[in-house]
Design a protein around this ligand. Sequence first.
Ligand code: SAH
Ligand code: SF4
Length: 360
Amino acid sequence: MQRDAPTDLAELTLAELETLVADRGLPRFRATQLLHWIWKRGATDFAAMSNLPRDLRASLATDLRIGTPAVVRRDRSEDGTEKLVLRLADDRQIECVYIPDTPAQTFCVSTQVGCAMGCAFCLTGKMGLVRNLTAGEIAAQVRVLAVATGLLDSPFNVVLMGMGEPLHNYDATMKALRLLNEPGGLALPPKRVTLSTVGLVPMIERLADEPLMPNLAISLHATTEEQRASIVPPSRKYGLHAVIEACRRFPLARRSRITFEYVMLSGVNDTSADARRLARLLAGVKAKVNLIPLNAAAGIPFERPPDRTVDTFARILAEKGVTVSVRKSRGRDIRAACGQLIVEGGRKASAGQALAAVLG
Ligand code: SAH
Ligand code: SF4
C-alpha cells in the first residue's frame, strides 16, 4: 500500500494548522507553537521544537514535514548582495537574493520557476514557464534568507521581483503574503512587500480588493503601444493605456504611490521624446519612476544606454514634476541583478533552462 505524502506544515496558515491539530486531538495552542517554530525560529524539523513533548515530536514527524528548500549555492557580491540558489522538493531550482543596506534590508524572491511572459530583455523570460511555485515555496525563500542572513528578528522588506510573474501565479502569491504576515510568525506587514508585475490588468483589479495589499510596482518600459508590445509580449493583450488606467483606479493608501519600473534600452526607449511622453502618461497618477539601466547579458539583443542618456532622461522627468530614481545595479558580478536570475544546469533542466544555460 502506498502511503500518502507527508503534509507540509510550511504551506499552512495558522487557521489551517489549527484545523490540523484539532483533527489530531491536540490542543489549539500547539498550532501557534508550530507556526512560531517554523516561521519565527526557522525550525526545519520537529526535533528542534524543544517545548513540545518528545513523543509528540516523534508522532508529528511520522506523517508531517516542514518543506524547506535546500541552499545549493550561495554567492556573495563585492557590494554585499547575496544570491542563493535553492533546490525544491522536485529538484527544480530557483534563485532569491539578499540586498543589504538600501538602507533597508531587502529580500528579492521568485514566484515561478521561469516565466511565461517572454519580455525581450529578460533572461528569466528566455526560460519559459517551468512551473508555478506553491505559497509555501514562495514564503520559504524569505524564511531561508532570514535564517541565512541572521535577520529573523530584524525588520526587512520583500520584493517579488525574482523569477516569474507574481500575478500569473496569483493565488499562491497571495497565500504566501498571508503566511508571511501571520502574527505569531514573521508578522511581515504588507506595506513592507512590493509586488512587481508586467501589468496583467484583470489581476491588478483583483489585487485592488485584497485585504493584505502589497505595494504595487508596474514594469512599464515603454511610452507607446507599439513600442511596449514589441518588448513586453503581454502588452499585446493588456496595452500600455489599459495598464495605466488600471493604475489610476487602484486604491492607494494616503501618501503611497505606484512605482513604474522602466528598463532603459539603448536606442529603443531612452530618448528625450520618450521621457516627455512618460511624464505625460503619468500625469495625475500617484507615481514614482524607477529607471533601470539594462543589465546586458549574452543572448539579450539590447544594450545599456550610456550614463548621460539615463541622466538626461531622469532630469526631464524631474523637471516635469515626476519623482524619479535610477536603480543602482546590485550584485552584477554574481548575476543577481534584475532580469539576470536564471538557473543553470540542474538535474531536471527543461529545454528552456538548457537553452538559457547555453546563452548565459
Ligand atoms: N515579472 C515581474 C517581476 C520580476 S522581473 C515583472 O516583470 O515586473 C523584476 C524587474 O526586473 C522588472 O521590472 C523587469 O522588467 C526587470 N528586468 C528584467 N530583465 C532585466 C534586465 N536584463 N535588466 C534590467 N532589468 C530587468
Ligand atoms: Fe517575466 Fe518579469 Fe522577466 Fe517579463 S521581466 S519575462 S514578466 S520575469
